[in-house]
Design a protein around this ligand. Structure first.
Ligand code: ADP
Ligand code: MG
Length: 639
């Protein structure tokens, strides 16, 4: 145990930030707001909070550190609690949506920027914090950008409050100017040269190209771990699978000894216990290969990487005008991201980055830096939040980069459709209630319609199930079997009711894990749904909204779903083909929908959201009666 703690403190003292510890603390002491710039891995996220704690900044409040990503908040809190030799949730804790791992003795709290943003609703001056670190500010996430404007006011109101903004890229000026020209502190870097190798021609299949490149490195390259950047979960899982298959083929086709390859995925939805694996060293003689989303660009630091394979793509949430909503789409990354990705190969020694795109693409096709999220996504939640913070005119809010006016107006229009805003854009009672829930406006509305139509218990379950990743488990090589298991749960009129049915059957089977396994359901997902449900129930209790049960006849639940989702109502156009009633956008019934079990296609449906894959699909669909729609909003429909 002693050697372990010794190495940890040695590791801490080895970080670039350690050499400037005293200067840093002095700058923070002498200024209310500072910007700190440091390379990824210099120790900003894990060390700064500890320095501040050691210096005594937790006498009159706690230290908060925001992260744009949930995985980062969890993983960093875990690491820091280890460094400080306390249990996670004790002195060091974290909070992400629907998960609070902090306690009465927590003095360093890592959290997503969204969690802090919601805390401002209850405590506009953030009284419990003596200092806030806005970490990873260069990511310019939507919530970070809104926090900038809000924290600027807290800084003006509270002389005893300090704010530190950290960034891994050299855009400090922008942050400094926003706060009226505050000091910028640079942590001296310690990085090694990274050789960049471009593709000679644009590659057609970047997944295949990445797999080939990884195998070549593994067989011919000098020792050193590898990091591959891809766009998302499915792609990453498929790549890991393909890599392990290629390794097996290689081992059985050659007499030469083949060194081991330890293949590890990392993406936001990966269960926490698997996430921490990426930090473990591979056994002697083995090479580690991490297959990641852009989460490994700057938010998580992995030591020992000598090779980076950069496909040049990443997923981004972008408002899709045709669909009238946000959609995750694959885009070419920016030059700033490409440089960050390459930098990951040069932390431990000189490394190599293989870019699976041409030098011309890098120079002439990529944007300089990514477009801030606030300029490309739906602002429904932000508008609701700012309105309840009594900010009358959103166009006047102090945004670092204001969103396009169209974005604001469009989001206000959607909130008006939901009944959250009135005709002049002021918050209605419904909107005021909606903002109490950490949910997207449409789901909050669904919950509150459940109250009105007296089936809150059932709707609460549906909302909880929609707030977690799909609970249906579909392992490769057992697809037919798992599809059959899924179909047993179908309520043919509705995917929403199918989710309700799954949950209620799970409950009837004492919430058992083995029951989930037998029925191809994700145990962890269902536990998460139960946890979400109990938290939403707590909020309902504080609002004094009683649970109502509708009993076995679920037609009223469908009617409730209809009334909450009428902005996503669609009418039949052809077999499996629908168009949105409002904007005529085509949307198709997804092959996995329970409605295929009806034996006919209903004339009218509502859906949870549209997803864009090969075409626009409706995700989670419920058949509705045309007269329900007509009663709701004659102005939108020619029913
Ligand atoms: P920065 O925020 O400047 O990018 P961090 O504070 O995240 O840097 O990381 C500093 C060092 O801490 C990393 O080089 C890494 O060695 C170590 N580290 C961070 N997180 C973990 C973790 N979860 N497990 C093991 N080591 C970690
Ligand atoms: Mg960091």
């Amino acid at each position: 145990d002693f050697t372990k703690s010794k190495t940890i403190s040695q590791q801490r003292q080895n970080l670039p930030i350690f050499s400037v510890r005293d200067e840093l603390l002095q700058v923070v002491r002498e200024n209310q707001v500072v910007v700190i710039i440091g390379e990824t891995g210099s120790g900003k996220t894990t060390q700064l909070t500890q320095y501040l704690y050691e210096y005594g900044y937790t006498v009159n409040g706690i230290i908060g550190c925001t992260q744009p990503r949930r995985v980062a908040a969890m993983s960093v809190a875990k690491r820091v609690s280890e460094e400080m030799e306390t249990e996670l949730g004790d002195k060091v804790g974290y909070a992400i949506r629907f998960e609070d791992a902090t306690g009465p003795s927590t003095v360093i709290k890592y959290m997503t920027d969204g969690v802090l943003l919601r805390e401002t609703l209850k405590d506009p001056d953030l009284e419990k914090y003596s200092i806030i670190l806005m970490d990873e500010a260069h990511e310019r996430s939507l919530d970070t950008d809104v926090l900038f404007g809000i924290l600027k006011k807290v800084v003006a109101r509270r002389r005893d409050f300090k704010l530190i903004v950290t960034s891994a890229t050299l855009n400090g000026e922008k942050f400094s100017n926003f706060f009226g020209g505050i000091p910028i502190f640079h942590i001296p870097g310690r990085t090694f040269r990274v050789q960049i190798c471009y593709s000679k021609t644009p590659c057609e299949d970047y997944v295949e190209a990445a797999i080939k490149q990884a195998m070549t490195i593994h067989i011919t390259g000098a020792p050193g771990d590898m990091l591959i950047f891809l766009t998302g979960q499915d792609e990453i899982e498929a790549t890991c699978y393909a890599l392990s298959e290629r390794m097996e083929q290689l081992i059985s086709s050659t007499k030469q000894p083949v060194p081991k390859l330890l293949i590890l995925p990392i993406y936001s939805q990966l269960p926490a216990d698997l996430q921490t694996k990426i930090f473990q060293k591979a056994e002697d003689g083995a090479r580690k290969c991490i297959v990641a989303t852009n989460i490994a660009e700057t938010s998580l630091t992995i030591d020992g990487i000598f090779y980076v394979i950069d496909t040049g793509y990443g997923k981004m949430k972008v408002y899709n005008h045709r669909m009238g909503m946000d959609a995750l789409q694959v885009f070419p990354i920016s030059r700033a991201s490409a440089d960050q990705r390459a930098g990951r190969a040069g932390r431990t020694g000189p490394g190599t980055c293989y870019r699976l795109y041409t030098e011309n693409a890098y120079e002439n096709e990529m944007l300089q830096s990514p477009v801030p999220e606030i300029q490309r996504t739906n602002l429904g939640n932000v508008v609701l939040l700012l309105k309840s913070l009594k900010i009358q005119n959103l166009l006047d809010f102090d945004f670092m980069d204001p969103p396009p006016q169209d974005n604001i107006l469009n989001s206000m229009y959607q909130l008006w459709l939901l009944g959250a805003l009135n005709d002049v854009g002021d918050l209605m009672d419904l909107g005021r209630k909606m903002v109490k829930f950490p949910l997207d406006p449409a789901l909050a509305k669904l919950l509150l319609m459940g109250e009105q139509l007296e089936c809150l218990n059932e709707v609460l379950t549906i909302v909880s199930m929609l707030s977690v990743p799909s609970v249906f488990f579909r392992p490769k090589d057992r697809e037919a079997e798992s599809d059959a298991a899924r179909e047993k749960f179908f309520v043919p009129e509705s995917d929403h009711l199918t989710l309700l049915n799954v949950y209620q059957q799970w409950k009837a089977n004492e919430y058992r894990g083995d029951w989930c396994n037998d029925h191809f359901l994700q145990v962890k997902g269902l536990y998460k749904a139960r946890e979400v449900r109990s938290q939403l129930l707590d909020i309902l209790k504080t609002l004094k909204i009683p649970l109502t049960y509708c009993g076995p006849d679920w037609d009223v639940v469908r009617k409730t779903i209809c009334s909450a989702y009428f902005h996503n109502a669609a009418m039949l156009k052809g077999i499996g083909q629908y168009v949105n009633c409002r904007n005529r956008m085509p949307c198709n019934l997804h092959p996995t929908s329970a409605l295929h079990g009806l034996g006919y296609t209903p004339d009218y449906v509502v859906y949870h959201e549209a997803i864009l894959t090969t075409k626009e699909y409706m995700q989670c669909v419920t058949a509705v009666e045309p007269h329900w729609l007509a009663e709701l909003g004659p102005m939108f429909f020619s029913v």
